[in-house]
Design a protein around this ligand. Sequence first.
Ligand code: NAD
Length: 502
Amino acid sequence: MQILERESKIMKRYQMMIGGKWEDAASGEWMDSADPFSGQVIAQVPRGDVADAGRAVQAANHAFREPAWMELTATERGHLLRKLGDLVERDAVRLADIERACNGKNIIEVTGQVHNVAQWFYYYAGLADKIHGNVIPINKAGVFNYVKYEPLGVVVAITPWNSPLALTAWKMAPALACGNTIVIKPSEFTSPPLLELGALALEAGFPPGVVNVVTGYGNEIGAALIEHRLVAKVAFTGGDIGGRKVAEAAVRHLKKVTLELGGKSANIVFADADFEQAVNGAIAGIFGASGQTCIAGSRLLLERSIHDRFVAKLIEVVGAARIGNPAEQSTQIGPIATRAQFNKILDYIEIARKDGATCVLGGTALTGAQYGQGQFIAPTIFTGVTNNMRIAREEVFGPVLAVIPFDTVEEALKIANDTDFGLAAAVWTTDLHKAIHCSDRLEAGTVWVNNYRATSFTTPFGGYKRSGIGREGGLNGAYEYLQAKSVWVTTKPQRANPFVIG
Ligand code: NAD
C-alpha cells in the first residue's frame, strides 16, 4: 500500500491482494473511494478486470490444492479463523473508521458491526471441527456407507456497500471454516475495509492464495469472476438487478450460488403492543443506517385505532433526531452512501407524492454546513399509503417510511405478504397467540416478535421469495459451502453376476 499526497490531502493508494502478494490492476487503472460526508477522495483502489479475475481465481485454485491448506485439519482451520477474529478485535477502531469513511455509516453502528465481525470468525472457528458426516444404515447387505462433507473449491464473494465488512465476514467465515478458498470482490464504493481485512488474513497465517481480495466494477471484474471455469460457487449480497445478472451468469456456467437480495419488510404493530417499544422498533427498523439496510422495516402496518397517536409520536421523536457527521458518536442519522442512491431516494419521494401518499415528515434533501457535501435526506414518513403504490412495493433503500393502516389480523397478514420480497418481517403485540400465529404465517426468512433488526451468527439469515436463495449464518450457513460425498465400502464381496447393478 502507498500513501500519496493529493490536493494536499493524505490519501491511501491500495493494491489488490492476489496469491498473498499486493498487486496493481493489469490495466494500471485506478478508482477513487470518496467519503460520502465530506466528498473527499480518501483512497484509490485498482480497477481490476478480466485479467486480474483470472489471476486471483488461479491463485485461489492453486491454494485450494496445496497441502498447506488442503491438509490442514478442521481444527487447524479453526485456529486460523480465531486468530483472524483476534486481529479484527485488535484493529476494530481502525477498521470501523475506514468503513465509515467509505460508506458514511454512523461510527457507533459500524463499530458494533466490526466487533460482530470478530464474533462471526470466532463462531465458525468453533464450528469448523464440529461439522461431521453420517454413517448411513444402507439397505444393502455387505456394504458400509458413510457420508462426508467436503469443501466446494474456489468461492467468489461479491458484497455491497452498506455493510461491507459484516456481509463479507458472513461469507468468508463459513467458506474458510469448511476448507474452501475465497476471492472477495467488494463494492466499488467500499473496497478499502476489505483490503484491510485481507491484510489481516495474511497476518493471521492463512496460506497465500487462500484469501484474495480484488477490486473493480461489478460488470467488469465481478462478471469475469463468476464466469471463470475454476470458480465453484458465488456468494452474492446486493440489489435484485445485480443479483439477477449474477444468478443468470452462475446458472449459465453451472455454478452454485447463494443470493442475499433486497426487501420490503413489513413491521406490524397491533393496538395491544407496548407502545414505546414499538415506536422505538419502527424507528430502528427504517431510520437506523439511514434506511440503507436490506432488512429495513420500510412498510409500517399500524392497527387503525393507534394509527394517529403512533404517527404523531414518530414525528416527534424522528423530527428531533441528530442528523449530521457520521464520525460523531452522537449522530443518529448520517448521509446517503452514494450520489446515485441519494438521487434514487429523492425520485421515490416524488413518486410517492404523485401516487397520492401524504408526506408528514421530511421529504427533502438537507443542505447546510452540518450536512457536509449535502448528500443527506431528511427522515421521511408517508401516510395514506396503499400497498399497491410503488413506495410500498419497491425497495427504496433510504430513510423513507410508508405507513399503511389495517383493521384485522388477517388483513395485516394479507398486506404484509402481498410483496415480491420476503427477507424479514416483525410483529408487535402482547398477545402470545397473535404473535405465534403471525410469525407462522409471515412469508419471510426472519421474523422478529417485539424487536427489530436483530441478527446473529448463530441463526440462519436469508430470503423467502425474491429476497434470495440460500442462507447465511449458523449451521445452515456452513452447509452452503459444503458438498456431500457418499462413500460405499464393501465389507463382504458377494456379487455373482457382474452385469446386474446391485
Ligand atoms: P449492487 O447489486 O449494485 O452491487 C452489489 C455488488 O455486486 C457490488 O460489489 C457490485 O460491484 C457487484 N455487481 C453488480 N453487478 C454485477 C454483475 N453483473 N456481476 C458481478 N457483480 C456485480 O448492490 P449495492 O447497490 O452495492 O447494495 C445495495 C443493495 O444490496 C440493496 O438492494 C440491498 O437490499 C442489498 N442488500 C441485501 C442484503 C441482504 O443480506 N439481503 C444486505 C445488504 C444489502
